[in-house]
Design a protein around this ligand. Structure first.
Ligand code: ZN
Length: 305
């Protein structure tokens, strides 16, 4: 692991919100006007194809974004609406786009938790999840879709949430990474909507792949993507090491761990950081390195095994 670069984020990005931006031949990006601490400059919607289109992640249910998307589609037939996952900032526009274009929606399967809810536990992400959306076609890991002469390989990448998928655009050596790998920030992995063991397995799944450019669901594209994935993995392993180190020094609860590890964090993201630490702790408990009384929870007391 000596040649793995440290994780460097790229937050220098002008999304040109509302205007379609040509990314590579046959691919355009249209960023939605939903910028926030969680969505950065807003959700990226992608249009694949020239004469016939596939749309990846229509984005939030927003009138302006729908109008901009229909203008960018410019009357061309839409063969499918493809989703990376069913968080509403990616999927909430589906019903209106489907009604307008007649295109079917394809994704992994209905939104579900990564593990059952524990007694008295609350899914804090529940309001962000698109529970009701049902796929017109269920996609399977490894299948290849083709649109207007372009081929899209389906890659199941659970972890950010259970139904997350990435899509490799075969001819161009590039990949749509959704919220699994992003260039501006780490991904949110918040139990029980997401799970760290799945998330890490999905990073290790992408690591040996050849695609050099990733198009994430938020922010700018990622160049030298295999190196970036390696640094993403190392960052998570480093966080895990920090948690183990702090536990060895006597920290025993999640708020203490967050204060010690996330120095200078945006106060609006403290809740998300707590859930991320919980995600790591769940994984460490499952692997027998950390113990807690009962099921791992946000209010739990933890110690090294
Ligand atoms: Zn998401």
């Amino acid at each position: 692991m000596t040649s793995v670069p440290s994780l460097v984020f790229n937050t220098d990005f002008d999304p040109q919100t509302g205007a379609p931006v040509a990314v590579i031949p046959g691919l355009a990006r249209l960023t939605a006007p939903n910028a926030s601490p969680y969505t950065f400059t807003g959700t990226n919607t992608f249009l694949i194809g020239r004469d016939r289109l596939a749309i990846i992640d229509p984005g939030p249910d927003d009138d302006t974004h729908l109008a901009a998307l229909l203008a960018a589609i410019a009357g061309r037939p839409v063969e499918a609406i493809v989703l990376t996952h069913t968080h509403k900032d990616h999927s909430a526009l589906v019903p209106r786009l489907r009604a307008t274009t007649g295109a079917p929606v394809w994704f992994e399967g209905r939104h579900r938790l990564s593990r059952p809810l524990h007694p008295f536990e609350i899914n804090t992400l529940s309001r962000s999840c698109d529970w009701r959306l049902v796929p017109d076609r269920v996609l399977k890991d490894g299948e290849v879709l083709s649109f207007d002469g372009m081929e899209l390989e389906v890659i199941a990448t659970p972890g950010h949430c259970a139904n997350h998928m990435a899509y490799a655009l075969k001819e161009t050596n590039s990949l749509f990474s959704g919220d699994h790998v992003m260039g501006w920030s780490t991904s949110i992995v918040a139990p029980p909507d997401g799970a760290m063991s799945d998330y890490m397995a999905s990073l290790y799944k992408l690591a040996p792949r050849s695609e050099n450019v990733y198009f994430p669901g938020h922010g700018n594209l990622i160049r030298e993507a295999p190196r970036f994935v390696q640094s993403y993995i190392r960052h998570r392993l480093g966080r895990e090491e920090s948690i183990l180190h702090r536990l060895s020094k006597g920290a025993a609860d999640i708020p203490t761990l967050v204060r010690a590890i996330y120095i200078g964090i945006d106060p609006r993201l403290v809740g998300a950081a707590g859930l991320s630490v919980l995600a790591h702790l769940e994984d460490l408990v499952a692997r027998g390195q950390v113990v807690t009384d009962g099921l791992p929870s946000i209010a739990g007391i933890y110690r090294l095994a």
